[in-house]
Design a protein around this ligand. Sequence first.
Ligand SMILES: CC(C)(COP(=O)([O-])OP(=O)([O-])OC[C@H]1O[C@@H](n2cnc3c(N)ncnc32)[C@H](O)[C@@H]1OP(=O)([O-])[O-])[C@@H](O)C(=O)NCCC(=O)NCCSC(=O)C[C@@](C)(O)CC(=O)[O-]
Length: 303
Amino acid sequence: MTFPSHVKLVEMSPRDGLQNESSDVFEGMVPTAIKLELIERLSNTGLTHIEAASFVSPKWVPQMADASAVMQGIQRRDGIIYSALTPNLKGAENAIASHAGEIAVFSAASEAFTEKNINCSIEESLSRFEPVIELAKAHNIPVRGYVSTVLGCPYQGEVSPNEVARVAKRLYDMGCYEISLGDTIGTGTPLSAKRMLEAVSRDIPINKLAAHFHDTYGQAIANLYAVLEEGIGIIDASVAGLGGCPYAQGASGNVASEDVLYLLQGLGIETGVDLDQLITTGYWISDQLKRQNGSKVALAKGR
Ligand SMILES: CC(C)(COP(=O)([O-])OP(=O)([O-])OC[C@H]1O[C@@H](n2cnc3c(N)ncnc32)[C@H](O)[C@@H]1OP(=O)([O-])[O-])[C@@H](O)C(=O)NCCC(=O)NCCSC(=O)C[C@@](C)(O)CC(=O)[O-]
C-alpha cells in the first residue's frame, strides 16, 4: 500500500460550512465580517485552497447572499486560491467580477437530488455549465466540478458507481480540471467508497479526483483512509466539522479539517497546514456561532 506523500487540503468552512447555518445568534445571517475573519484566520494556517462563498440564488440559500462582499473583502495572500461555487452563468459572472481565483460547478449522480438542489435534471445542469466553463476559460480561471450523492442520495437511496463515473467523466471532459466526489449525506463506508472510486478512476486520473466526505454516520475518516490507500491526494474538509447541505435533510457537517490533518500526520503525509492554528480557528468560529466544536481532535487536544 502506498499513500501519497502530499495531500492538498481544500477548506470548505466559509462556503459548505456556513451555507446551512441557521444561526440564532445572528438572527439568520452570519455577518460578513465574521465570514471574512474566518477566511483570514484560515489563511494563516498554511492552507492553499479555501472555498470562500457561493454565488447561488439568495432565495435558495440566503446565508450566501453576501458572496460578492465576502469575495471582495478578502485580504488576499499570495499562494492561496480563494474559490467560489456557481450554479449557472449568472453566478459565474458575479464570481469572476468579484475576483474568484477559481470557480466550481456542481451536479450530482442522482436525478432526484439534482432537482431538489438546483431545480433541473443532471443533463440540464451539465448544459448550464458549458457557458460557465467557456467564460472561466476566457478569463483563465480554473473550474472545479462537484458530483454530489456519490455514496447515497437522501431521496432515491442507492446510487450506482457507474452513474457517478458517468457524471464525473462528463464534467472532466467538459473542462473541469478537478472533480470532487461528494458523499453528501455521509452514508458511505470504506468498501463502498473504494468501489465508487474504482469506477470513477477508470476514466479520470486519480490525481484529478478529490474526496469530499460528510461525517453524518461517523464514517468519514475511515472512508478517507480507504481512498488514500487508492491514491487520492486531494481532500475537502471543514474546520470544526461545520456544514451540511440545505437540500439534504439531516446531512451533518463536512469531515473536520483538524481530524483529517491528524490522520494525515499519522500517516506521514505532508500538507503544509499547521494543526494548532487550525484548532484555534475551529474553536474561534464555534464560539462565534455558539456551536459545539465538531472536531474530535480539537476536543481531545483542547484550546
Ligand atoms: C440554480 C438555481 C439558481 C436555480 O433556481 P431557479 O429558481 O430554477 O432559477 P431561475 O433561473 O428561475 O431564477 C430564480 C431567481 O433566482 C435568481 N438567480 C438565479 N441564479 C442566480 C445566481 N447564480 N445568483 C443570484 N441569483 C440568481 C434569478 O435572477 C431569479 O431571481 P428573481 O427574478 O426571482 O428575483 C437555484 O436552484 C440555486 O441557487 N440553487 C443552489 C442550491 C445550493 O446552493 N445548494 C448547496 C450547494 S451544493 C452542496 O452543498 C453540495 C457540495 C457541492 O458541497 C458537495 C456535496 O457535499 O455533495
